[in-house]
Design a protein around this ligand. Structure first.
Ligand SMILES: [Zn+2]
Length: 398
């Protein structure tokens, strides 16, 4: 029906983008689960992230929209010709809403149209009036503005990106203080160097699947802080050990460490086949997008780790899985061939990991299926039962 309406309007010389299909709402009126809404709103923050989905790189945009009734986070997936920037007033049509972590989120689906409204004045509900508030990095949450932080730059990378066809430079990396880590994007060259302590006033926080990100630019005040204000780099760089419960509450974490018991090695672990075009996992000889393909072999582990406070799924890539198995992927392929069963490798991983304590470290994100860690390291812990028992007895004796 949408397509038919559009083509009729186009045929008679109209602009199909102006065809109003959904219901026009204000931000305050939005509720989760609306299949088609229209919104006139200002882009308050905008970030993009390269997302690797089943091995293929995609660009996704996310940020905050606002009008005079409030603000709302948004996500835009593959919207053709999306060309917006911070400060634009946009007319968004045929978008939908969903609930994400208890909040309404606007999604620009592939049916959405976005028109930049030139010269339209739109008052946005008092985002600039947020008082400057000092925050620890572990307190940063999506939607916070005008924050004041002191942090050490752990790493920084210069990237060239295109915003509205204009080349721009963004500096992104990781910041840390004694409470945690956060990713950042600086849309201005502050000449930042890894290791230095900085004080930033006036950035805003967005989040992507639970991973908080602090964004600031030339309108923010940035000064060098006292070298002694924070612990040294090596100490801050260490992944912070957290309970999974905390990750559940926050929806994710940057470079954290968990310890727990592997309760399951999930299906899709061991030897898998990926589509040579898009790197998605091939099932029954077919890629979801490219149909029948000759898959390329890969090796990975999807382990469910439970630490008593909660559980997450950790993904160990080929390299980590090879280390766990103590054999290369080629050796694993040979073994599966000999057994004439590709599941032997998953079985071997189950034998190695299930009911064993492990320590894993990496970024944790969340979606509708729960928490997921992309591990950058994993160790199977050797438990000295006698020493643990002695320590427990001593603790009880006190
Ligand atoms: Zn494919």
């Amino acid at each position: 029906m949408d397509a038919a309406k559009r083509s009729i309007v186009r045929k008679y010389g109209g602009n199909p983008a102006l065809l109003s299909i959904g219901t026009t709402k204000t931000v305050k009126e939005l509720s989760a689960g609306e299949p088609s809404i229209n919104l006139l709103a200002k882009v308050i923050s905008l970030n993009s992230r390269e997302l690797e989905q089943d091995g293929k790189t995609k660009e996704i945009y996310y940020g905050i929209l606002g009008d005079d009734t409030g603000t709302v986070p948004f996500t835009a997936w593959e919207v053709r010709g999306l060309n917006i920037q911070v400060g634009d007033v946009i007319r968004l049509q045929n978008a939908y809403t969903k609930e994400f972590r208890g909040e309404v989120q606007v999604n620009f689906g592939n049916r959405a149209t976005v028109t930049v409204e030139g010269g339209t004045l739109l008052e946005v509900a008092s985002p600039q009036e947020a008082p400057l508030t000092r925050r620890n990095l572990d307190e940063l949450q999506e939607g916070m503005r005008n924050v004041r932080i002191t942090a050490r730059v752990l790493d920084i990378e210069r990237r060239e990106v295109e915003v509205r066809g204009e080349p721009k430079v963004v500096f992104s990396g990781t910041l840390a203080d004694a409470t945690g880590k956060v990713q950042f994007s600086a849309w201005h060259d502050f000449g930042l160097e890894p290791g230095e302590v900085i004080e930033v006033e006036g950035g805003y926080v967005s989040a992507w699947r639970g991973l908080p990100q602090l964004t600031f630019d030339e309108r923010s005040r940035l000064e060098r802080g006292k070298e002694t204000a924070l612990p040294p780099l090596e100490e801050l760089d260490r992944a912070r050990r957290v309970w999974i419960e905390e990750l559940v509450q926050k929806g994710g974490g940057v470079d954290v460490q968990v310890r727990g018991i592997v309760v399951e090695v999930r299906e899709g672990s061991g030897l898998i086949h990926r589509c040579p075009e898009c790197r998605r996992v091939v099932q029954k000889g077919a890629c979801r997008i490219h149909g029948e393909v000759k898959g390329e072999t890969d090796l990975r582990t999807k382990a469910v780790i439970d630490d008593g406070s909660g559980a997450l799924t950790a993904i160990f890539n080929r390299e980590l899985t090879e280390t766990l198995l103590g054999k290369s992927m080629d050796e694993a392929i040979a073994e599966a061939k000999e057994a004439m069963d590709s599941e032997v490798i998953r079985d071997a991983l189950s034998d190695l990991l299930v009911a064993r304590p492990v320590q894993a470290q990496g970024n944790v994100t969340s979606d509708d299926y729960g928490l997921m860690m992309i591990a950058r390291s994993v160790t199977v812990l050797e438990v000295d039962v006698q020493a643990e028992a002695r320590a427990l007895l001593e603790e009880l004796g006190d």
